[in-house]
Design a protein around this ligand. Structure first.
Ligand code: HEC
Length: 150
């Protein structure tokens, strides 16, 4: 009996992860607002990190690590909201994005893995070791925007 319950829980979790993009949002507009809000926050925090690497404000290990961790944490949130059918209309997402969601998911995954690299490097507190992984994250943003953002 116990085993059956946990199997049901696992199946429910899989359904949520794989097919739940639309079900999570009452309206298509909500999905657009949700992802734009998260991307806005990611943009704010990522820009601050870039400023710190240029000395404005001055580099601070704790603040940088906190910001990099925030960017990584936020990046766990928006991708499902991009996959909601019809949500290419009335947004900055390119019309053909939803025709090949595998490519979009790949770009999201690449960004998340670059962010994990940045968080790891941030823990060292060594600015020269942070520049490259920071650039890799920036590149992952740009790659996705070039492919999927108007
Ligand atoms: C997997 C694809 C993808 C990745 C990776 C990605 N973006 Fe985006 N981003 C988009 C798309 C698509 C939009 C347009 C969303 C819309 O209008 O619904 C967007 C919108 C934005 C916006 C505008 C938000 C607003 O106010 O409407 C900002 C800022 C932004 N991204 C910053 C970033 C930064 C910084 C990174 C990297 C740290 C990043 N993005 C990574 C796809 C991506």
């Amino acid at each position: 009996m116990k085993r059956m319950v946990s199997l049901a829980a696992i199946l429910a979790a899989i359904a949520l992860v794989s097919g739940g993009a639309l079900a999570q949002f009452a309206r298509t507009d909500d999905a657009i607002k949700y992802r734009q809000s998260v991307m806005f926050l990611i943009g704010q925090h990522f820009t601050r990190l870039g400023g710190m690497l240029k000395g404005s404000p001055a580099y601070d290990k704790g603040a940088f690590l906190k910001g990099a961790t925030l960017v990584q944490t936020l990046a766990a949130m928006p991708w499902d909201a991009f996959l909601v059918p019809g949500s290419d209309k009335g947004s900055q997402m390119k019309d053909d994005t939803l025709k090949d969601t595998a490519r979009f998911k790949e770009a999201a995954k690449a960004a998340e893995s670059a962010m994990a690299g940045l968080v790891a490097a941030s823990g060292t507190g060594d600015v020269s070791a942070i520049q490259e992984p920071f650039g890799a994250v920036g590149k992952s943003c740009k790659n996705c925007h070039t492919a999927f953002r108007k």
